[in-house]
Write a protein that binds this ligand. Structure first.
Ligand SMILES: [Zn+2]
Length: 77
């Protein structure tokens, strides 16, 4: 993990701004969805990615093991 040396305060609604340089570096654009993960006491943000099931061609979550529509195994656990 890389420390960018950036400290931001939460506003009164619990929001922070992800610096533009960080968003640009990771190709995160306005309207993109981010997943919020917990790793011990750390909060981790990940780009929400979808993939297309090769069997039924529905959009499914990248981290799914099985397609939620047709049940095809997408990847190894
Ligand atoms: Zn499927």
């Amino acid at each position: 993990m890389k420390n960018l040396g950036i400290v931001r305060k939460l506003d009164d609604l619990g929001r922070i701004v992800i610096p533009k340089e960080t968003r640009d570096l990771l190709h995160i654009n306005e309207g993109d969805a981010l997943e919020i993960w917990i790793n011990g006491s750390d909060i981790v943000l990940k780009k929400h990615k979808t993939v297309i099931c090769k069997n039924c061609e529905q959009f499914i979550e990248e981290h799914d093991v099985f397609c939620r529509y047709c049940g095809t195994k997408i990847r190894e656990e």
